[in-house]
Design a protein around this ligand. Sequence first.
Ligand code: SAM
Length: 403
Amino acid sequence: MRLHRNLCFAVIDGLHQIFNEDAYADKVVQSLLRRDKRWGSRDRGFIAETTYEIVRYKRLYGEIAAVKSPFSRDDLWRIFAVWATLKGIKLPDWKYFTETPSRKIKGRFDELSKIRVFRESIPDWMDALAVSELGERLWTNELTKLNEQADVILRVNTLKITKEKLQGLLYDEDINTEFIKGYDSALKLSERANVFRTEAFKQGFFEVQDASSQLVAAYLNVKPGMKVVDVCAGAGGKTLHLASLMQNKGQIIAMDIYESKLKKLKIRARRNGVHNVDMRVIDSTKPIKKLHNKADRVLIDAPCSGLGVLRRNPDSKWKLQPEFIDKIKSVQQDCLEQYSKMVKSGGQMVYATCSVLPSENNNQVDNFLNSESGKAFTFVKDNKVFAHKSGYDGFYMALLTKQ
Ligand SMILES: C[S@@+](CC[C@H](N)C(=O)[O-])C[C@H]1O[C@@H](n2cnc3c(N)ncnc32)[C@H](O)[C@@H]1O
């Protein structure tokens, strides 16, 4: 592979924003890709994949390059040189690379690869936390998988099209996809492509949604005509799936504490041809109280550490703090306690996260079931989805019934 100067500069600029300015990697990559209209899919792929890979292995590459954050531009070029050397890419004779010690880089890599926190590039506290909750073996396997690039998975909007028809339409736009066994509405891209540009996307025939995430709405046993509350709806990935499963019949009340997220959901609902969603901002306890004992189904897709989706958000490794995880756990317990009150007698509730930590998942459900508000509920089943076992994101979902 030959390195092109303007593409490498884009990567360095992106890394500077992500590492030094706390910007989100996905937003940074999106904006880098808009920089030059002449860039083709290979150029865009280089920028996105290189940036993500260096973010993923920041600790390892930084250690080999002997640089410490905050990184100067020279430091970032050193990190880049480590990445390129380990990839076996011949470094051009640019000034940034004149002193690159290629042999030393490979030697340091071999040494550091023996230690998990360097090999898999993860902060010590995060590694220790996960080991204490999951055990050494499970965590080592999971972490390795969470460092791989994720597949692009689509969820077919069955309100508008069948999986087979969508596959044909995408094929006509040069995008090959595969069915995934066990995931009814999923199509996996055989090769990465910018699906948002397709006519099929503009027509609302699909949403991009990981296969594990597609299990959550299905776990809630919704039926057309029901009253369903999606209480941490965000921009509505699962709300839209619920609407498809309910064939647009009945009522979904999508709630979130952020109005800006619900506004995005509104746009997506329109594109998806979804008509049965009402949006309500949780700005006091009132909108929740109004729904006490009213819902056939409640989905709590709780805010969490996101440790199950590190493949998509590798920068979380460097942005998350232990205090945040502690705080989010109390929000999760609060969500279970407050929002469970909306379930009517005989109704059901799903509690879900995109974390793999038991303390955010089954332990939270156990705590809830042992609490005063949880007394009315019985545990039906749960699904602990690990990336290294399923091949998709790490997730958790539990189904509870109210007597
Ligand atoms: C995991 S995300 C939801 C993702 C969304 N369900 C989807 O499928 O696209 C969690 C959401 O919970 C919201 N949230 C955080 N604290 C909340 C609270 N106390 N009550 C309700 N929603 C909350 C966040 O704004 C965020 O949108």
